[in-house]
Design a protein around this ligand. Structure first.
Ligand SMILES: Cc1ncc(COP(=O)(O)O)c(C=O)c1O
Length: 362
């Protein structure tokens, strides 16, 4: 661990690759020999064009996107997408299927309902406090899209593989597992991810949209709410969040050049998650909250015998250089978020600490 830094298990904003943070530090006052910081240059400059185009090109290579897909940068977080998606894709008389797997999916459904759109909840895991990913569901043949939340940050569940919808395009909130594993893009009409977990800082959301979805966008929407505006202007209709996009570019570079692509990233993430779940499963003191076959490789949620111990666990972990282990305020318990940038060494240190804590308090 680098001096003055802790092992960061925050759920988002979350740990970023040290290599990326150091590159930003080194280039901060004089970006690309310009004598200015990235936060001071024009978004209309060649320097910034190179940044955004490189971020897009690397995203395309990492996900093997073909020409049908457009990579956009939009502000307003993943939460704005909850409303932009139905607004852009559903016309009068259209409907969409939604699978409800937790807090964020519920919010996505709510926003579509506020807009008065026709939404069918085709499956939900609410009956068991969202502790699993539903297996049985039947999709409506005339749905424009099926919305899923790829990874449920709060409840600690993740789709182990994506559902077969019989050709209906998937629209996926990948905020908390984007770029953590490879997947077949063919199934998707739209993918979105708030940057602040796996690909950068808060302030930008990446949206990947397919041509046929873009064709659905009505002319009547305000410019800033239309995907077509972002697609036709390379995400620069207005001033984009330049610094956030620059960080995304560096994270994509790290993924390609230091990690070596998404297959390798996925293997590392599996090893990390296995190490932590094995520690939980081998003890009666710690209890995982998600059903085994739905467990997230990104957010590992667990409980201790009582809330007093949980509070002590989080406090003592921090004293030992491990931060961000408190569960989401809506569910309590503990959560270790182990995104791409969290190294195996951090998980090994946590497992060591868990064993010591159990010996003292179990
Ligand atoms: C899966 C998921 N979707 C959406 C959001 C909301 O993202 P934002 O804060 O960027 O609107 C979060 C935030 O934690 C999330 O984890």
């Amino acid at each position: 661990m680098k001096e003055n830094r802790i092992y960061n298990f925050n759920a988002g904003p979350a740990a970023l690759p040290l290599e990326v943070l150091e590159e930003i530090k080194d280039s901060f006052l004089n970006f690309g020999g310009s004598g200015m910081s990235i936060t001071e240059i024009s978004h209309r400059s060649t320097l910034f064009d190179n940044v955004i185009n490189d971020a897009i090109a690397r995203t395309r290579r990492l996900l093997k996107l073909d020409d049908r897909f457009h990579v956009l940068f939009i502000q307003g977080g993943a939460s704005l997408q909850f409303c932009m998606i139905p607004l852009n894709l559903l016309k009068e008389g259209d409907s969409a299927d939604y699978v409800n797997t937790g807090t964020w999916a519920t919010k996505a459904i709510k926003e579509a309902e506020i807009l008065g759109k026709t939404i069918n909840i085709v499956a939900s895991s609410e009956d068991k406090n969202f502790s699993y990913i539903p297996k049985k569901m039947s999709f409506n043949r005339d749905a424009v899209y099926t919305h899923i939340t790829s990874n449920n940050t709060i409840k600690g569940t993740q789709w182990p593989f994506y559902p077969e919808t019989g050709g209906i395009p998937l629209v996926a909130d990948m905020s908390s597992d984007f770029m953590s594993r490879p997947f077949d893009v063919d199934k998707f009409g739209l993918i979105y991810a708030g940057a602040q977990k796996n690909i950068g800082p808060a302030g930008v959301c990446m949206v990947i949209i397919r041509d046929d979805m873009l064709e659905r966008v009505p002319d009547t929407l305000p410019s800033m709410l239309k995907y077509t505006t972002y697609a036709s202007k390379n995400s620069m209709f207005n001033t984009p969040p330049c610094f956030a996009i620059y960080m995304v570019q560096l994270v994509m570079k790290w993924l390609e050049e230091s990690v070596g692509g998404l297959e390798k990233m996925a293997r590392m993430n599996q090893t990390k998650a296995r190490t932590l779940y094995e520690a939980i499963d081998s003890s009666d003191f710690y209890q995982g909250t998600a059903e085994t076959d739905s467990r997230s490789l990104m957010n590992v949620t667990f409980r201790l015998p009582d809330e007093t111990l949980e509070k002590q666990f989080v406090e003592q972990a921090l004293k030992n250089g491990m931060g961000g282990l408190k569960g989401h305020r809506s569910v309590g318990g503990c959560r270790a978020s182990i995104y791409n940038a969290t190294q195996l060494a951090a998980i090994e240190a946590l497992v060591d600490f868990m064993k010591h804590f159990e010996q003292k308090n179990g």
